[in-house]
Design a protein around this ligand. Structure first.
Ligand code: GUN
Length: 291
């Protein structure tokens, strides 16, 4: 097994963003600024939001955090988004998902101004990604592309299988892999795919973003393949201080004696998402100032 750790990938991306940010501010622009909205007190979301704040601070970005009560009404969230859209001192807006069930994620995402939508989830950005044109690319798929590039994993002419069809990962991932210049041949599998193994067995690149531990193990994968594990699942573990540990969607240990490249969890793609958010925030700041 070859472990594709992402710490060095994320650090080198952050270093590049840092340099570009210094150039940007030395030209007289104020630092990029990011607004993060969290609704409720989901512990995983709190962790993600904290990591985003830390990364923004470490790059000297301005950062505004809005934490709303879990029982806030949909109109309160929409009003906040409208206010952030209108504010000139905010370049990027991120509403942490999932939202409480009584709030429509679709309505909230639709409300974010496309030029501030650093998650790339709005219909305008997703549409541009699908048909070509400049768009904000969702952070996790963008981080996966960066990781493939960093490790020199060839995509052109290769068979890629994406497991999962979410708007956040699966769909944009498939669009990126099939883009001109990336040139993979892409299959998208999901919970209703009858024989997953029939697809993965022949794949050169497998992106597993199903949200379920043990979705694949080494028996699903051919020699020489690359497995990108996007899963972040909490499993109970009384031996840990917090009472749980994080595992991916792939059964990592099963790959130990195999000729397969695989991203670990933790220490893998999760590290990329935050740095790609910073890249998108810098891009938003630049575009809003026409450079
Ligand atoms: N929840 C899980 N992943 C993401 C993400 O990339 N962005 C937002 N806003 N929420 C998420």
């Amino acid at each position: 097994m070859i472990r594709l750790g992402c710490r060095s990938v994320a650090d080198s991306a952050l270093e590049e963003i840092r340099k570009e940010t210094e150039r940007f501010t030395s030209e007289g622009n104020r630092a990029p600024s990011l607004a993060v909205v969290l609704v409720g007190d989901d512990p995983a979301s709190q962790t993600y939001v904290r990591k985003k704040a830390e990364a923004a601070a470490s790059l000297g970005f301005m950062h505004f955090q809005y934490t709303l009560d879990g029982d806030s009404e949909e109109k309160d969230v929409l009003a906040l988004v409208a206010e952030l859209n209108a504010r000139d001192d905010i370049d990027g807006i991120l509403v942490q998902l999932p939202l409480p069930r009584h709030i429509s994620e679709k309505k909230v995402i639709d409300a974010i101004a496309p030029e501030k939508d650093v998650d790339g989830f709005s219909p305008v950005n997703m549409g541009r990604l699908a048909i070509g044109g400049e768009s904000f690319v969702p952070c996790t798929p963008k981080g996966i592309m960066e990781t493939l590039r960093y490790y020199g994993i060839e995509t052109a002419g290769k068979k890629a299988v994406v497991i999962g069809r979410s708007n956040i990962v699966g769909k944009p991932m498939a669009l990126l892999l099939m883009q001109k210049g990336v040139d993979a041949t892409v299959s998208v599998c999901h919970t209703k795919t009858p024989d997953l193994r029939a697809y993965t067995a022949d794949a050169d690149i497998i992106i597993v973003a199903a949200g379920r531990p043990g979705t694949i193990d080494a028996s699903y994968v051919k020699d020489g393949a690359a497995v990108i594990d996007v899963g972040v699942n909490r499993v109970e573990d009384p031996s840990k201080e917090k009472g749980f540990r994080l595992v991916g969607d792939a059964d990592y240990a099963s790959f130990r004696d195999r000729d397969v490249m695989i991203t670990p969890v933790p220490g893998g793609i999760g590290l990329m998402t935050v740095s790609m958010l910073m890249a998108n925030t810098l891009e938003a700041a630049r575009k809003r100032r026409g450079r």
